[in-house]
Design a protein around this ligand. Sequence first.
Ligand SMILES: *Cc1c(COP(=O)(O)O)cnc(C)c1O
Length: 487
Amino acid sequence: MQSDAEDEAESLDPQDWPAMRALAHRMVDEALTYLETVRERPVWQSVPPQVARRFDGPAPRAPEGAEAAYQAFFTDVLPYPMGNIHPRFWAWYMGNGTVLGALAEFLAAVMNPNMGGGSHAANLVEAQVINWLKEMLAFPATASGLLVSGASMANLVGLTVARNTRAGVDVRKQGVAAAPRPLTVYASGEVHSSVQKALESLGLGSQALRRVPVQDDYTIDLATLQRMLDADREAGLRPICAVGNAGTINTGAIDDLDALADLCAREGLWLHVDGAIGAVAVLAASVRHRLRGIERADSVALDLHKWMHMPFEAGCVLVRDEAAHRNSFSLTPAYLEHGTRGLAAGSPWFSDYGLQLSRQFRALKVWMSIKEHGLDRFGRMIARNVEQAHYLGALIAAQAKLELLAPIGLDIVCFRYNPGGLDGAALDAINREVLLRLQEQGIAAPSYTTIKNQYCLRVAIANHRSRRSDFDALVEAVLDIGAQLRP
Ligand SMILES: *Cc1c(COP(=O)(O)O)cnc(C)c1O
């Protein structure tokens, strides 16, 4: 038998609390300095090989201590960030994070609740955040929701409920194979890859995703969608769902959600909206009207780690029909029975609304950030990014050697360097090199896409730290590098 003294002699808590407290204070100080001075450093730099090699060793068997662990982070990890904390990072589609968001992550881990269920205050925080998001999107108070890792999972949850509700058979019991006719889902050709991955995981197959052509502004062509539905029904398929885009990944296009909701109502389809990029833009007075109809969706996926700048990960799915949502995921064995008193009381149990049982307290950073800034400030940040996208568009239009390749749907600008006299392949090659040099020289970090077979630089401005002069600097650098490559 061990004595208490022996038990106390070793645990995972600090042996020297004052030393740990001093280290914690140093970590906070250095972290805040790091963020305060982020603009002074390159957007991105590759990890030097001699540093990368330090990640090759085996796990230590004996303690190295908290101080040494932090020191390794400080010298080998912290100096080589992805870059999305920087004011000139506009790659893929990401947020910056915030200082309070980072501190809230720490506090969430201090409490370390498991958000699967039970009676504790953290569950009230998540429930309130979901209620706030429902109000934001004008969803009914009776709707349900779940915080998830991001829009990929939110799409999976929404499409699971869509499938289970509209398949015409008991999918949970019998599986998709029991459906008498193949189930199909409709979305524009610009739909995000996560929707296809969700349908593959749901057993519907990628061919169940019927890709509808887009119009000149990259929004879904509803007349063609109607013809495809008629033809598919004729061919013996069972259409169950349409996915509307509230901000496409390539160009930020927002489908006509109101018209799509009309069509879904007429055709008996579940309407799921992928609002990873644009749903939170309802907060921006200048954008809100373009999202009309999102409040009619059966389910919506939205991301909070993109345009709301929560530290990764934070997304949410909302489902209009709470019972349909719960019926898709709830499974309550004896060891998880919900109570009305004691620790197992509390409602809802969030594990009834998704695949995860153990869940992190991601709601805290959202709750504290919304309290810190208020929704209206987030709206102003979003509106400013949209204005910056058009500012960049104007800079591009004013340069004979730059070419805008798609309409600016929201906050995403696709363009290329085009000095004239080059064929398509040469233009693609020169623009690939321009992009790599922008990144490798630490100047700016756009990403890339291909639109109508033309490689382009893609600037996705979900960045609360960007200023107008950052876009001046980008244009200047593209012209400089372009001229070096093609004097
Ligand atoms: C980013 C994105 C997703 C996927 O969201 P994650 O948060 O990365 O899981 C889905 N749809 C669109 C339109 C996106 O931009």
